[in-house]
Write a protein that binds this ligand. Structure first.
Ligand SMILES: *[C@@H]1O[C@H](CO)[C@@H](O)[C@H](O)[C@H]1NC(C)=O
Ligand SMILES: *[C@@H]1O[C@H](CO)[C@@H](O)[C@H](O)[C@H]1NC(C)=O
Ligand SMILES: *[C@@H]1O[C@H](CO)[C@@H](O)[C@H](O)[C@H]1NC(C)=O
Ligand SMILES: *[C@@H]1O[C@H](CO)[C@@H](O)[C@H](O)[C@H]1NC(C)=O
Ligand SMILES: [Ca+2]
Ligand SMILES: [Ca+2]
Ligand SMILES: [Ca+2]
Length: 640
């Protein structure tokens, strides 16, 4: 018992560390000059002095455990590639010191600085060196290292084998020599003309090249001297042709989304309601049902993975007005350009989970997305968030090969935990940390997907605990939105504590809002969680001059409070932004919270270290982890 109490907190730290920083990669004993030091009771106040005496300029009390301190040098890189055992030894002998643990160095922060000679990939495909989104060596004036880190995943042996990705689009040139070998004909269908052959309809301007380009990003064959290489180049790609008819219907959408859910693992969609900055629309009844069925029953109950492009409406649109992108059941993907900036067509919203890469801003023709094109051709110019979603589908295919047991929620957790800020730069919205320290941005979500990080974590992953849904509170009375001032409402919630559906660790949060306005586009909604995370639920859309419909029970979703404790007071702020004073009335705000009762990640930590920890200690560990998750993911998840 004593042993556990003594080392318990330290074990938690190390375990959380190990989990977050890609398990198992201790890099041949590379040690950092960062020490975890536990002082004896009574010596806590002397920490700065102890540190200084042993050559450490900086010391920080850790918010978890008893008497735990972080000793580190003032101005040196986080990890030097040399040992500094000397400090540790002298500290160990100090009577005030109970124990010292030198922190092992993990390779995370080095991504942007990767030595490119270390990328040991030999592809014969002529476009491979132009595919900066796969391996960015600074092509087309890009930022070296700003890429999907697929090289690491491939190096570990994951190339998408056994995984099928469907491209729901305008068809696929399945005769293309760079796609044919990976084409899954059985899983393909043409819902635009109701036949099994989703071949693109010919037009002079190659209008229907979209699906073929997306397919190449995912599944183009590697090392065949043709075009480039797919993110998951040994995966299978299915074509679902469904965009090429005069009108979309609920039946076509629903049929596409629910096509062969036991064969197709991942569905990639690069379409949605018109990105004109004034549309508010989402899946209709059948499609909603199809999506719900997909996540509940697809892939043998583990859930279909739906990947969605967040939209090309630029700063005039808000992807929370797109019910496909903002659905909890889809993983919505935004795009960065090859130097880490936003693309001008990027829409921002609080439901975007992560980002990949696409073209934009730069005139350089090679700054686009290189992939397959119609009639056996290749292109350097695939573009838009359309190009971003299939890259994500490819990364998820790598993760599914690493661990076929991943559920649709596991995939979202993995994306949240392993996506990186890297050098992504949003001129408008700052990067922030949420209540458990996860770094996010209003446009990029949790950052750019990291295939290497994702497969490593996926391999060790244990399914997250059961999901619960709680109506945290509801205000259903009329409130005027003042013309000049803010309307501020609050809901205080216990998150259904004491009930079966208690939600203690958040995943998605939805604010279901009914509000009308003399000019809908001028409405701005922000919501702040009890842990202080502000989500912009709706930004101004200057082109939306609707004065009649407003929002009718519209579910504004945020993923920014992921991992947080939902108990406490939530605040909704409603404001008109714009030149002319407007009037409006809010009639409902219902707060829906979704997540788990027990700590996610705890089971895998216990499993991985069962030899060190008796199962009976799990509850204690869980208590420690509660604290650790809440307060210290922040310091542990040092994202670049
Ligand atoms: C790389 O590929 C080229 C052409 O296929 C081949 O000649 C060369 O030996 C390969 N190099 C390595 C290191 O595999
Ligand atoms: C596409 O490929 C065809 C057949 O190889 C070729 O004749 C044609 O010139 C190519 N078109 C473009 C635009 O590159
Ligand atoms: C909004 O709804 C309220 C209550 O139904 C109504 O009185 C008001 O006129 C509406 N305002 C607008 C701008 O439609
Ligand atoms: C919402 O947050 C944004 C960004 O911090 C801010 O500019 C805006 O004024 C806020 N709006 C409301 C309604 O509080
Ligand atoms: Ca057809
Ligand atoms: Ca190829
Ligand atoms: Ca949009």
């Amino acid at each position: 018992m004593f042993g556990f109490l003594r080392y318990g907190p330290m074990v938690v730290l190390v375990l959380v560390n190990a989990l977050i920083f890609a398990i198992g990669d201790t890099e041949n004993g590379i040690l950092t000059n960062h020490l975890l030091v536990q002082l004896h009771e009574g010596s806590y106040d002397e920490a700065p002095q102890v540190a200084l005496e042993h050559g450490f300029e900086s010391v920080r009390k850790l918010p978890f455990g008893d008497g735990l301190f972080h000793f580190y040098p003032q101005s040196s890189p986080l990890s030097r590639r040399k040992r500094s055992a000397g400090h540790g030894q002298s500290l160990q002998k100090d009577h005030r010191v109970k124990s010292v643990l030198q922190q092992a160095g993990f390779d995370r922060q080095k991504r942007g600085y990767r030595d490119l000679n270390q990328v040991d990939i030999n592809m014969s495909d002529p476009l491979f060196t132009k595919q900066w989104y796969l391996v960015n060596t600074g092509q087309a004036d890009g930022t070296p290292g700003l890429d999907l880190n697929v090289a690491e995943a491939w190096g570990l042996g994951f190339t998408g084998k056994g995984v099928t990705i469907a491209i729901m689009d305008d068809g696929i040139d399945y005769l293309h020599p760079d796609l044919a070998a990976n084409y899954n004909a059985e899983a393909s269908y043409d819902f635009s003309s109701n036949d099994p052959y989703p071949y693109p309809r010919y037009t002079d301007d190659w209008f229907n090249s979209h699906g073929t380009r997306c397919a190449g990003e995912v599944s183009a064959v590697a090392n065949n001297n043709i075009c480039g290489v797919g993110v998951a180049y040994n995966s299978k790609v299915a074509g679902i042709r469904m965009l090429d008819q005069p009108f979309m219907t609920d039946i076509i959408e629903a049929s596409s989304i629910s096509h062969m859910p036991q064969v197709i693992d991942i569905y990639s969609a690069s379409w949605g309601p018109t990105d004109d900055g004034k549309t508010v629309d989402g899946p209709r009844e059948l499609t909603l049902q199809a999506m719900a069925d997909g996540v509940n029953k697809g892939r043998g109950g583990k859930g279909s993975i739906y990947v969605w492009a967040s939209g090309d409406g630029g700063s005039y649109d808000d992807c929370n007005c797109d019910g496909y992108a903002s659905s909890m059941w889809t993983i919505s993907i935004n795009s960065a350009i090859n130097d880490g900036r936003t693309a001008l067509y990027d829409e921002s919203c609080s439901s975007t989970l992560a980002s990949t890469f696409s073209n934009g801003r730069k005139r350089n023709p090679e700054a686009g997305v290189a992939t397959t094109d119609l009639y056996g051709n290749c292109t350097l110019r695939h573009s838009g968030t359309s190009a971003a979603a299939p890259e994500a589908a490819g990364v998820f295919a790598l993760a599914l090969e690493a661990n076929p047991d991943l559920t649709w929620r596991d995939m979202q957790h993995l994306a949240v935990l392993t996506s990186k800020r890297n050098r992504l730069h949003d001129e408008v919205h700052q990067w922030q940390r949420n209540g458990v320290g996860l770094e996010f941005n209003h446009l990029f979500g949790y950052g750019v997907l990291d295939a290497g990080g994702m497969v490593k974590m996926a391999k060790e992953w244990k399914t997250v605990p059961e999901r619960f849904h709680c109506v945290a509170g509801s205000i259903q009375e009329t409130h005027k939105v003042p013309s000049e001032d803010k309307l501020v409402l609050t809901i205080t919630t216990d998150a259904c504590q004491g009930k079966e559906n208690y939600v203690r660790y958040l995943e998605h949060v939805q604010a279901v809002v009914t509000v009308n306005a003399s000019r809908r586009g001028d409405l701005n909604l922000n919501m702040t969680s009890p842990m202080g995370t502000k989500s912009i639920l709706l930004s101004r859309r200057p082109r939306d001059d609707d004065a009649k419909v407003g929002y009718d029970k519209w579910p504004f979703m945020t993923s920014h409070s992921w991992g947080e404790d939902p108990r406490g007071t939530w605040q909704l702020e409603v404001l008109f932004q714009g030149e002319v004073p407007q009037t409006g009335t809010l009639q409902e705000w219902t707060l829906m919270i979704h997540g788990t009762q027990s700590a996610p990640y705890i089971d895998q930590i216990v499993r991985d270290y069962q030899s060190k920890l008796a199962m009976s200690k799990k509850e204690e560990l869980e208590e420690e982890l509660d604290e650790a998750l809440e307060r210290s993911l922040k310091s542990l998840l040092s994202k670049n």
